[in-house]
Design a protein around this ligand. Sequence first.
Ligand code: NAD
Length: 340
Amino acid sequence: MIDQIISEDLERIRSSLKGDLFAGKNVLVTGGAGFLGSWLCDVLLGLGAEVTAVDDLSTGRIKNVDHLTENPKFRLIKSDVCTFKRRDKFDFILHMAGHASPEEYQVHPIETLQTSASGSANMAEIARKSDATLLFASTSEVYGDAEVVPTPETYWGKVNPIGPRSCYDEGKRFAEALLMAYYKQYGLDVKIPRIFNSYGPRLREDGLYGRAMSRFIMQALKNEPITVYGDGKQTRSFCYVTDTVTGLMLLTTNQEARGEVVNVGNSQEVTILELAKRIKQITGCESPVTFHPLPKDDPKRRCPDTSKLEKLAGWKPQVKFEDGLKRTIRWFQTLNPATD
Ligand SMILES: NC(=O)c1ccc[n+]([C@@H]2O[C@H](COP(=O)([O-])OP(=O)(O)OC[C@H]3O[C@@H](n4cnc5c(N)ncnc54)[C@H](O)[C@@H]3O)[C@@H](O)[C@H]2O)c1
C-alpha cells in the first residue's frame, strides 16, 4: 500500500504533466526499485503506461515497488542492466540504474563504472533497436568541484579522474559521451538530465546507502549525534522528489531536449550545517552536531543554474526547501513509530 504523503505527492506530479503521451506506451525503467526509479514507475503507471522495471537490487529495495506487483501493467525483472536482454520494443527507456551514494560507490568502484559504461551501452543498443527515446540519469557530479556556481550546462567540470569519486563522476561522464555519440551517429533520441541532490520519501537512510539528508533525519529521530563532515560550510542544493521527477518526465517527451544535457535541481543553496540545524529544529531533537573529517574531493559548493530546463519545459521547482524537508521528516517518522 502507498502512504498518504506519497499519494499526495504523486497527485502533485500528475497534475503538472499535461496530455497523455505515455498512455499505452511500453516503458523500461532501469533502477526501477530505487528512490527515483520507483517514483517514475508510480507516475508512469498512473499515466497509463506499461512499465518494465529492471533492477539488480544492489542498492534498491523491493519495498519501494511492492505495492505495484499486483498491477498487470507492471513487471519487475531482477537483472544487471549490463547484461539485460529483451526482445520487446520499448517506446521510452528511463535509464536510472546507478550507484548514487558516495560511501557505497566507493566500496564498489568497478560495479559503479560498469553500470555507467556497459549498462549505458546496453541501454543505447536496446533503445536503438526499439527506436526508443532514451533518458539517462546523469548527475551534478560531472561538474566535480565546480568553479562556476550556480553551474550552467556549458561548464565542463573540474573532476579528479583517478580520485575516490572518479568511479561515479567519470562513469557518468563516459555515459554522457557515449549517448551523445549515439545521438550524433544514429540520431537516437537521447536526453541527459544532470540531476542535483534530490530528496524525499524512499531516499535510503541506512548504512553505506544513506545520503546526508536521510542520514541526518534518522540520526535526529533517534536522538543520535548528527554527523557533519568537515566544518559543514560546504553547500548543496536540495530538490524535492516531486520537482525532480516532474522535470525528468517533462524532459522525456520534450522534442527540443533531443541530444541535450539539462540540469535538474533546485537552486536554493544551503550549507550542510544549516541542513543539520533545520532538521534539529523541525524534529525538536536534542542531538549534538558532531564534526568528522571531510572526505577527499568533496565538492565545496553545488548549485545548479536551471534556466535551460525552465526555458525548454516551463519547469520551475514548486516545493520550498522548508516544506519538502517537513514532508520528508514526516515520512521518515512513519518508518519509526517510536518517535511519532
Ligand atoms: N537521487 C539523487 O539525488 C541523484 C542525483 C544525481 C544523480 N542521480 C542518479 O539517478 C539515478 C537514480 O538515483 P537514486 O537516487 O534513485 O539511487 P538508488 O540507489 O535509489 O537507485 C538506483 C537503482 O539502480 C539499481 N542498480 C544499480 N546498479 C545496477 C545494475 N548494474 N543493474 C541493475 N540495477 C542497478 C539499484 O539497485 C537501485 O535500485 C542514479 O543513476 C543516480 O546516479 C541521483
